[in-house]
Design a protein around this ligand. Structure first.
Ligand SMILES: [Zn+2]
Length: 298
């Protein structure tokens, strides 16, 4: 699934093509993309809208219009956007929508597994909708370790599950969570509220460093992720742990191990990331386990 670096790369590529342009004609051929809203109605509503800005929050691409409305695009598992000159789009059985722009170029949306969504929000809904689902942007200058510490203080969930929750911090998914925890030398199963202040700071730095590395390499290309010009990112060539089970840790040489955390395949170094949650758990075993909180994976 595209995570912050991939979505940010898409945003950066799409912005110059879309900003200032008007949606002249819109065709949405898959009702799943807009459900429960009618795809024909959404397409008609989008026609005539002029784009002021292509924005991003977490894993959402936000196409903001002059009218104050916004089109919220979530690529989910396999969604991708393509920009091409008029008449240059090739036939594609997985295409779900096409926008013809007023300069004659086209933006096409492709999605093999069809989990992606397009949601048109009216002006008063835009910020409230997003704020309810997505936490702080980890790469903002104003985002500090204490912001992360506040979110983790009352979470008993494993740290990996906590940072996958989009309300803890925006845009971290399965890949960059593993990368961040390796950088922080924190075991993914460590209960979030048992991290020391130094460990929280290390996780904060690890999240920022791994996301920045991903953005620098224009995201990672695994499966269906493609950039709007059809090219690929290269972050996957530099992953520290993700997808590297059995290969040596670049810090200590120990083979990277793979376990499951929060239902997700999780890579870590058993030497660099020592689990010490059990000792902490034994100390506080008198308190009953809390029910795990509902996760938000937007
Ligand atoms: Zn190691």
């Amino acid at each position: 699934m595209p995570e912050l670096p991939e979505v940010e790369t898409v945003r950066r590529r799409l912005a110059p093509a879309l900003e200032g342009r008007r949606f002249e004609h819109v065709e949405i051929t898959d009702p799943r993309l807009t459900r429960p809203n009618d795809p024909f109605e959404v397409a008609r509503e989008l026609e005539g809208e002029r784009v002021t800005k292509v924005d991003r929050r977490g894993k959402y691409v936000i196409v903001r219009f002059e009218s104050g409305r916004a089109l919220l695009i979530h690529l989910r598992m396999t969604g991708s956007l393509r920009h091409a000159n008029g008449g240059e789009l090739r036939e594609d059985p997985h295409r779900r929508a096409v926008v013809n722009l007023d300069d004659g170029s086209d933006v096409a949306y492709r999605d093999v597994r069809r989990f992606g969504t397009w949601l048109l929000l009216e002006p008063p809904e835009v910020d409230t909708y997003i704020d309810a689902r997505v936490g702080r942007e980890p790469l903002d200058d104003s985002y500090k370790a204490k912001d992360l510490a506040e979110k983790l203080a009352h979470r008993r969930a494993p740290i990996k599950a906590a940072i996958l929750d989009q309300r803890t911090v925006a845009g971290v998914g399965n890949i960059y969570a593993d990368e961040a925890l390796w950088r922080a030398k924190v075991h993914p199963l460590t209960p979030a509220n048992e991290l020391t202040p130094d460990e929280v700071k290390a996780v904060y730095k690890g999240i920022r460093a791994s996301l920045q590395a991903g953005v620098r390499r224009q995201g990672s290309t695994l499966r269906d992720y493609q950039l709007p010009d059809g090219s690929s990112g290269t972050a996957q060539e530099r992953f520290k742990v993700y997808g590297r089970a059995g290969l040596p840790c670049e810090r200590c040489g120990t083979p990277i191990d793979k376990i499951r955390v929060a239902g997700r395949g999780t890579y870590y170094c058993p030497h660099c990331q020592v689990y010490r949650g059990a000792a902490y758990a034994a100390r506080s075993s008198s308190s009953p386990p809390s029910r795990s909180r509902r996760q938000s994976s937007v």
